[in-house]
Design a protein around this ligand. Sequence first.
Ligand code: ZN
Length: 273
Amino acid sequence: MKIENHLLVPSSGSQVSHQLTNKTSGQFRDSLPDTVVIHFTAGRDAKSSIQTLTDPNVPASAHLVIGRDNSITQLVPFNTVAWHAGKSSWADRSGLNAYSIGIEIDNAGRLDKQGEEYLSWFKKSYAAVEVFQGIHRNESVASYWHRYTPEQIEIVEQIVRLLCETYGIKLILGHEEISPDRKIDPGPAFPLDKLRNNILYANRQQDDPAAFDPAGQTTDYPTATVTAYQLNVRSKPSANSDLVIEPLTKGEMVQILETKGKWSKVKSCKRAG
Ligand SMILES: [Zn+2]
């Protein structure tokens, strides 16, 4: 894939199409966009979400919709402001539409377990293999979520890399981070921290002395098993510091090198990226 005139151009093997909508606020200001915002559609399928996002009576749009069949549909050129973020803020900015490209991924969102069934808000039932159990970054208890397909995650990473090269993207954010009071997308089933690390922080990690030493585990330290559904591993004992590897998941083994208060320095065989 490549970008020409602010539109995605397909390469062989990719399914790119365009259904441009005029639900926009015109062109971005100079040196923008510099941010990507990731969303789930919370819809039944890509087709119905595209219909909604191009419906002149619905005040919402986005740049891209990524289907579960690997289809990529562009609705708004990348140099044009779309309506995906709504009331939102990040650092000293508010109204993130004016700064960002919005990528919608076809995914039903949070699921409700009823007996053996996992139901979306629109009452469609999903098989257990399609269900991800995890704790949302803005919550403290695990719940059920519709899984993204590995191909969707890969396509999003490919496109965000392309956007970084073309527009100098500096921030990759989830809607749940810029509108935490009212939004839960893309949710814990989407590897947002990993995407950020892979694309924005890949080089920084290698210089970090606290990052994983690839020489391998030794038996000099006690081992422990992760009991949380997801455990973030950070470069320093602070919730604001960078994630150094993909979060550990329940049942994974780590070595405890040192413990201070609530924090432990651990060694894991999991590699960055
Ligand atoms: Zn959203």
